[in-house]
Design a protein around this ligand. Structure first.
Ligand SMILES: Cc1ncc(COP(=O)(O)O)c(C=O)c1O
Length: 429
């Protein structure tokens, strides 16, 4: 692999090989990451990356786009069919740019947007003051019920009535429960607002009908293709026909220049893969694995935000578990043992975001490697062992060895046919 690169740039080639070895030898539990298939990677690495094609199929500002038009048209058709959407724009380079384009398409600068608070599970692009969203719009944030740690829909309704937003945004980065998009749509409608569902995290589950689908009830849906979708880095905006022109204009020339054709080709591959039964089985395993990890950690005495998970991720509340660690300390200790995750604020956290009282764990990447529920339960026990004995080098060494054995048993880059997970009820559309 990379033989040309070894020849032309040995320094970078060595760094790349190192980083791949590092990834190969660790257990990735970062909820927003995944491993794309070899077919997706092949499309991403193709020479289309150099082609300029500002505009859309049939309406380009550059010549020589006939074959490229077919690729983008195919990606759009597959995205529409996968989610049952009326229109798809497959050009956004990232989830944040997809959201930016969606806002531009739906509301004017200065408009009021009602979105989920980052500290309660939302995303930067849903109105954080340091983000374009918080700087361009008047943001009203909603959050969770203190008791249940679930979205307080009645409170969202009240905020909507009080502030009369032009746009309501639903979707989250660290919310372990299913989101009731139907309720959000009703709230938006009741105050005459547009409704945007950002399913960056759960898109793969939605495509597999394992999470409620916002497409029939939202004006616009955005999602990233590199998280649960297992595709290339990038994003998509789905919309109703009435918003199609506005969305297309907002993506280009609104917030982007030339599209990344290699990523669009890889998105087409991703949507094809996501339409297969194997993808649905993979997503069922992702959800079952998250449930197994949650059960195992709860049995070890850790408190999970909301008590568990409906989707691909979970949050450990370290402040109410029997360990004296911050999220930052816990994530560092786990990394030393070969388990990679991220520190994360928990609802109503009193610690700052660079310290936190929680860690977020997700199963998409480990499941793509082939980990099953039995392994995930053992992973839960290993995490508990590390966090309970932070100074015990023997425990760390044992877990490192176990991670090494798992990684050898489930190498990266091997396409597996997932089998249906046996246990656990999951949401069925
Ligand atoms: C809910 C949500 N929306 C948008 C994004 C932004 O995606 P990107 O990092 O590609 O800009 C994320 C990323 O984590 C996310 O979780």
């Amino acid at each position: 692999m990379y033989s040309d690169l070894h020849h032309s740039d040995p320094v970078l080639a060595a760094l790349l090989v190192n980083s791949l070895r590092e990834e190969e030898g660790r257990l990735n539990l970062i909820a927003s990451e995944n491993y794309a298939s070899q077919a997706v990677l092949a499309a991403q690495g193709c020479p289309l990356s150099s082609k300029y094609a500002e505009g859309y199929p049939g309406r380009r500002y550059y010549n020589g786009c006939a074959a490229i038009d077919e690729i983008e048209a195919l990606a759009r058709t597959r995205a529409r069919e996968l989610f049952g959407a009326e229109h798809a724009n497959v050009q956004p380079h990232s989830g944040t740019q997809a959201n930016m384009a969606a806002y531009y398409a739906l509301v004017d600068p200065g408009a009021t947007i009602l979105g989920m608070d980052l500290r309660q599970g939302g995303h930067l692009s849903h109105g954080h003051p340091a983000n374009f969203s918080g700087r361009t719009y008047k943001i009203v944030s909603y959050g969770l019920d203190r008791e249940t740690e679930r979205i307080d829909y009645d409170a969202v309704q009240k905020l909507a009535e009080e502030h009369r937003p032009a746009l309501v945004v639903a979707g989250a980065s660290s919310y372990p429960r299913a989101i009731d998009f139907g309720r959000f749509a009703e709230i938006a409608k009741s105050v005459g607002a547009f409704f945007l569902a950002d399913i960056a995290h759960v898109a793969g589950l939605v495509a597999a009908r394992l999470h409620p689908d916002p497409t029939p009830v939202a004006d616009v849906v955005t999602f990233t293709t590199h998280k649960t979708m297992r595709g290339p880095r990038g994003a998509v905006v789905l919309s109703r026909t009435m918003h199609a022109k506005g969305v297309d204009r907002a993506v280009f020339p609104g917030v982007q220049g030339g599209p990344m054709l290699h990523e669009i080709a890889a998105k087409a591959v991703c949507f094809h893969e996501a339409s297969q039964e194997t993808f649905r089985l993979y997503q069922r395993s992702v959800v079952a694995n998250a449930a197994a990890l949650a059960d195992s950690l709860a049995a070890e005495g850790f408190r999970l935000v909301t008590g568990g998970t409906d989707n691909h991720l979970l949050l450990i509340d370290l402040s109410k578990s029997d360990v004296a660690l911050t999220g930052k300390q816990a994530a560092t200790l786990l990394e030393e043992a070969g388990i990679v995750c991220n520190k994360n604020v928990i609802p109503f956290d009193t610690r700052p975001p660079d310290v936190t009282s929680g860690i977020r764990l997700g199963t998409p990447a480990a499941t793509a490697r082939g980990f099953g529920s039995e392994e995930m339960r053992a992973v839960g026990r290993a995490i508990a062992g590390i966090l309970r004995a932070p100074d015990d080098e023997d425990v760390k060494k044992r877990v490192r060895q176990q991670v090494h054995d798992w990684c050898a048993a489930f190498p990266l880059g091997v396409e597996r046919r997932p089998t249906a997970p046996s246990s656990r009820k999951v949401f069925q559309a």
